[in-house]
Design a protein around this ligand. Structure first.
Ligand code: GLN
Length: 306
């Protein structure tokens, strides 16, 4: 029997609202510290185009590391197989901005979804594109169908001023020969990708192609090949929630990607894309109520990739 998404999605806020004040908003990025912890948005888009959403699903928030999925997808079109000689494909088991791991592994990031890996992906885009910032915005706009999606310059500036660890990671990559371009130029793209302001509604649209064999509902041509979709989804499943990825697979069972803005996207291949937003984070930097909402969804529908 098909899941009654309408009823289930309406029930979700009541099931997770007790967690809103249990997490911690990402105050290490000063511009994010003041986001109210009781915001909650949820949007599910089926491969057949049906939409089920609730709460603050139209309100834009900081995409943060969810952007790493989109920069990777964009870079896959340029770097092909050589990307994987510069970035690994294994879960990190460490914090998303670990310097120790990068040093231990001689400047080759474990995967493209930890900060160091995404900085290398940004380097690929800087090498191949005249205006990588604009190319990324255009990509997000076309995929989401929202042509006024933009960077939040206050957030980008806030990270540029305080992102000392990301600067250390980028310099370490450069020192190990794993950045082709100027450190500042690459970080400018990285901080901007993280600053994109986007809603759950828009994120569910922007990721639908990952649930639909590479086809979006906004474009005639495929966004990614089925093989690229397999790769992106497998990386989300194994690396999308940093050192909490095993726990998330155990509880939720979907390829997913989180960001410290409190967003998470999830994919049930062939069925739906889903985006949830709740700003309070657990100690690994993943949305606490967001994770619980996705766990409720996959449990009550008895559907996951497993
Ligand atoms: N902009 C954040 C950082 O670099 C992204 C981290 C995240 O969302 N996990 O620290």
């Amino acid at each position: 029997m098909p899941a009654n998404f309408k009823k289930i999605v309406q029930e979700i806020p009541a099931h997770v609202s007790h967690l809103f004040d249990k997490g911690r908003v990402a105050d290490y990025i000063p511009a994010l510290a003041c986001i109210p912890a009781d915001k909650f948005g949820f949007s599910l888009l089926t491969a057949t185009g049906d939409r089920f959403e609730t709460g603050d699903c139209q309100e834009r928030f900081s995409i943060q590391s969810i952007s790493k999925v989109f920069t990777l997808s964009l870079a896959m079109g340029y770097a092909k197989e050589e990307l994987w000689s510069r970035v690994g494909r294994e879960p990190s088991g460490s914090k998303f901005n670990s310097l120790v791991q990068l040093e231990y592994e001689k400047g080759k990031p474990r995967n493209p979804f930890i900060n160091a890996g995404s900085i290398v992906v940004c380097d690929v885009l800087v090498s191949h594109l005249k205006n990588p910032r604009q190319a990324l915005l255009d990509y997000m706009r076309v995929l989401s169908g929202s042509f006024d999606i933009d960077f939040d310059e206050v957030v980008a500036k806030s990270e540029a001023e305080t992102g000392f660890i990301n600067k250390a990671l980028a310099n370490f990559l450069k020192g190990n020969g794993n950045l082709e371009n100027d450190v500042e130029e690459v970080l400018d793209l990285y901080f901007h990708q993280c600053s994109i302001a986007i809603s759950c509604h828009e994120l569910a649209s922007a990721s639908l192609h990952l649930a639909n064999h590479g086809n979006s509902n906004t474009l005639k041509e495929s966004v990614l090949t089925p093989s690229q979709v397999k790769r992106v989804n497998s990386l989300m499943l194994t690396c999308g929630l940093y050192d909490a990825v095993g726990e998330f697979a155990f509880r939720v069972g979907l390829p997913a990607k989180s960001g410290v803005g409190g967003g998470i996207i999830g994919i049930l291949p062939g069925e739906y894309s889903v985006a949830v937003w709740s700003p309070g984070l657990d100690p690994s930097g993943n949305s606490l109520a967001g994770g619980a909402a996705l766990e409720y969804l996959t449990t009550i529908t008895s559907k996951s990739v497993f």
